[in-house]
Design a protein around this ligand. Structure first.
Ligand SMILES: *[C@@H]1O[C@H](CO)[C@@H](O)[C@H](O)[C@H]1NC(C)=O
Ligand SMILES: *[C@@H]1O[C@H](CO)[C@@H](O)[C@H](O)[C@H]1NC(C)=O
Ligand SMILES: *[C@@H]1O[C@H](CO)[C@@H](O)[C@H](O)[C@H]1NC(C)=O
Ligand SMILES: *[C@@H]1O[C@H](CO)[C@@H](O)[C@H](O)[C@H]1NC(C)=O
Length: 290
């Protein structure tokens, strides 16, 4: 039984789907901004259970349910769940509207648990997950010989990465290629939850924490303080023996370390750092010397 209100809202969903006098629906393909999917190198094969917090006006709650959401001061809220009617029983994930054809992902779920939003490699290197609004979307690389590259976020011809198998519960294990990703172990064998270290930090398997780890000479971001950076440098003992050492250095006054360009830039060109610094001054974490 559908109420008059549901019918009115359902009509809105259909009208939006046909594009007549209605705002353009937020297209899943644009919203997810997945490069391999756009380039035809991967296929969306499963969508995770929707988080109560949606992130678009129209979306699918599941394969047969569309939902209408609205933005509020504290995020999005569900206005109504609409079970698709028998003549248009399927919800299309790209438009959030009811249609006659089942979506490719219909009935397929992604059980990946989104701990944060972004792109994540899977324990199977042919698969990866995109989390948006804490909802998981499972992709499979569709071209033979291609694997997911977590650095470029693309399916590419290249090595198949692997997470170290778990030997004990509660442990964090690393990935053999993409060192800023790690996984939590729920039991022995295949790890359960996949996560990313902040910035360019990597999992130190010994300390079990994300750290700035020197791989070669150069500079690294300090994720705790945007006005500092780490310098990695070789110390030569003799011709044969050298050590890579790490030093924490300050950027010059009124500059901050830009992690994309690996240099200290003026705070006026780096508003996020300026805000971070002002916030620290406000909360008394650093002295205000101005
Ligand atoms: C819509 O469905 C979700 C999940 O089934 C539920 O948590 C939520 O309360 C429902 N919202 C409304 C407005 O019916
Ligand atoms: C990895 O994923 C692909 C695509 O889903 C699948 O065909 C393959 O069997 C999986 N490999 C393993 C070892 O599970
Ligand atoms: C974690 O392990 C417990 C049993 O030890 C199991 O009940 C639970 O489903 C596992 N969680 C996941 C996400 O695999
Ligand atoms: C990893 O952590 C251990 C223990 O805290 C430490 O001794 C070691 O130097 C760290 N490794 C790197 C590469 O930073």
């Amino acid at each position: 039984m559908r109420t008059a209100a549901t019918l009115a809202l359902f009509t809105l969903v259909v009208a939006t789907a046909t594009g007549a006098h209605a705002p353009t629906p937020l297209n899943l393909k644009n919203r997810l901004q997945d490069k391999s999917w756009s380039a035809g190198r991967s296929q969306l094969v499963g969508v995770g259970a929707s988080d109560a917090a949606c992130s678009a006006v129209l979306s699918c709650a599941d394969c047969n349910t569309a939902r209408i959401c609205r933005p509020t001061a504290s995020g999005w809220e569900i206005v109504q769940n609409i079970t698709c009617p028998s003549d248009q029983p399927y919800c299309d994930y790209s438009t959030g509207s009811c249609t006659t054809v089942p979506d490719a992902t219909c009935g397929q779920t992604d059980n990946f648990i989104c701990l944060e939003n972004g792109h994540f490699p899977d324990t199977n290197c042919s698969e990866y997950h995109v989390c948006e609004g804490y909802q998981a979307h499972k992709f499979v690389c569709s071209i033979a010989g291609q694997h997911y590259n977590a650095d470029t976020e693309l399916c590419e011809t290249g090595q198949c990465s692997e997470f170290t198998p778990c030997t004990e519960k509660g442990q964090k294990v690393d990935n053999d290629i993409y060192k800023s990703y790690y996984a939590y172990c729920n039991s022995t064998g295949e790890p359960t939850y996949i996560q990313k270290c902040p910035g360019t930090y990597q999992l130190n398997v010994t300390s079990q924490s994300c750290e700035p780890i020197c791989q070669e000479e150069g500079v690294l971001q300090d994720v705790q303080d945007c006005t500092k950076y780490y310098k990695c440098q070789y110390i030569y003992i003799d011709d044969e023996t050298k050590f890579l050492i790490r030093e924490l250095l300050d950027c010059p006054a009124n500059t901050g370390f830009d992690p994309n360009n690996y240099i200290c830039v003026s705070l006026t060109e780096y508003p996020d750092c300026k805000t971070e610094l002002e916030e620290k001054k406000r909360t008394g974490l650093v002295k205000d010397e101005t």
